[in-house]
Design a protein around this ligand. Structure first.
Ligand SMILES: NC(=O)c1ccc[n+]([C@@H]2O[C@H](COP(=O)([O-])OP(=O)(O)OC[C@H]3O[C@@H](n4cnc5c(N)ncnc54)[C@H](O)[C@@H]3O)[C@@H](O)[C@H]2O)c1
Ligand SMILES: [Fe+2]
Length: 396
């Protein structure tokens, strides 16, 4: 086998229950002492943000807080964050929260390194966002996006209603602090949505045309962990083993897709999020069974192996039987986790239909569908969007 791969990861990943208490020591290792913590209003109202502020304050680092981030962060919020950065003398950003605050911190570092007239959309993929003004330390509080260890940030262009993928080393955190104890309070709906996001990262990295032996090893491990623990974490929020397994799986899946890519599910999911404000993991879940059914013929062995790793199929199942069990397994999870169809979510049918051509165009422009084992054209993407509308099982 000849391998040609490039692998990027944070310089340091501190992974343990309670690791957030080491935040000040980790900053000090890199000579950093003037952090701006980037978080969201829920982290403040629940007091969770004190889990990172307290150790920083105790170490005499006087952290400042920018807590105005929103779910599915927008370019306007990033601009407000950069203005907050310019009001102080900060030497790093600490992204604390789900993917949204972490992505906001990454985008702030990228925008602050650019000319004052620059806009977030100047960095939209395929542009490369390789420079950040200051390093980012990422501390996830959901087991989901893997943003703590990816070279991506996803920012909504508020004028064009487009969720832009921004890629480059400027979006890769310097350090990730991965502490599953921060996830005990994640509500069941968000646990399910973020967990399916992680599974989609692992599965798409594994079937991606850009998979390599390093991303494969992480994707396979992540599928095993998420397959074992997702439903338990949803049913038993205080289950330590389940929360830890999900956090490890989410981080491994993040490393896998950051170094392989996501594919058609994510390409189609971002426009649903941008136009209809469906949470990211939920729009992935709505698409996952149908897009997998469509894609399976492009990599039948890989989809079959994924089914075995997740636990839907047995080791002895042949590729065809395992592939079919993957489809029924994913549909079963959506039922168990009460994933609504777009129709049941409450999206207006006329608005959905009116946006489909634009959504297909935006999906293709993101580049993600080109990494899928079976590459659709715009017409096929529209057909897939129509197929998932009611949530009825589809076959391709
Ligand atoms: N950068 C990447 O590589 C990458 C990958 C996938 C997704 N994303 C992006 O990440 C964003 C989604 O991130 P997310 O799914 O983590 O959701 P989120 O950050 O928007 O959080 C969802 C909700 O859960 C709450 N929450 C978070 N942690 C909690 C906790 N411990 N206890 C109680 N409530 C908590 C938040 O306050 C928020 O209300 C989307 O914009 C998506 O496009 C980025
Ligand atoms: Fe995702």
């Amino acid at each position: 086998m000849t391998v040609s791969a490039s692998f990027a990861a944070p310089r340091l990943m501190q992974i343990a229950g309670g690791a957030v208490r080491q935040t000040a020591e980790i900053l000090a290792k890199f000579g950093l002492s003037r952090p701006l913590v980037v978080s969201d209003p829920v982290m403040v109202s629940t007091g969770l943000v004190n889990r990172v502020l307290d150790p920083l304050t105790a170490a005499g680092m006087a952290p400042a807080l920018f807590a105005d981030t929103v779910s599915d962060p927008t370019d306007t919020v990033v601009e407000a964050g950069v203005a907050a950065m310019r009001r102080g003398q900060f030497d790093c950003l600490v992204g604390f929260g789900g993917g949204s605050p972490i992505d906001t911190a990454k985008a702030m570092a990228i925008l602050a390194a650019a000319e004052p007239t620059a806009k977030m959309r100047d960095f939209k993929a395929p542009a490369q966002a390789d420079r950040g003004a200051v390093p980012v330390i990422a501390i996830p509080t959901t087991a989901g996006t893997g943003s703590e260890c990816t070279r991506f940030t996803v920012i909504t262009d508020s004028e064009r209603d487009e969720k832009m993928l921004i890629a480059g080393l400027g979006a890769l955190p310097l350090a990730a602090i991965v502490d599953y104890e921060l996830t005990f309070t994640v509500p069941p709906r968000t646990t399910a949505d973020t967990g399916i996001d992680s599974l989609t990262h692992a599965l798409e990295a594994y079937v991606s045309k850009r998979a390599n032996p390093f991303s494969d090893a992480l994707a396979v491990s992540a599928m095993g962990l998420i397959g074992r623990w997702l439903r338990i974490a949803c049913a038993e929020p205080r289950n330590e083993a389940a929360r830890e397994g999900m956090m490890l799986g989410a981080t491994q899946a993040g490393l896998a897709f950051s170094n392989a890519s996501v594919a058609l599910v994510h390409g189609m999911s971002r426009p649903i999020g941008a136009h209809f404000h469906v949470p990211h993991g939920l729009s992935n879940a709505m698409l996952l069974p149908a897009v997998t059914a469509y894609s399976r013929s492009g990599a039948p062995e890989r989809y079959a192996e994924a089914a075995r790793r997740i636990g839907f199929a047995a080791a002895a199942d042949g590729d065809d039987a395992a592939g079919i069990k993957l489809l029924t397994g994913l549909a079963g999870w959506n039922r168990d986790l009460a994933v609504p169809s777009p129709a049941a979510f409450g999206i207006d049918p006329a608005a959905w239909e009116a946006k489909l051509a634009l959504m297909a165009e935006q999906a293709l422009a993101s580049g993600s569908p080109a990494n899928n084992p079976r590459v659709p054209d715009a017409g096929e993407i529209v057909a897939l969007y129509r197929a998932v509308w009611s949530g009825a099982p589809v076959n391709f």
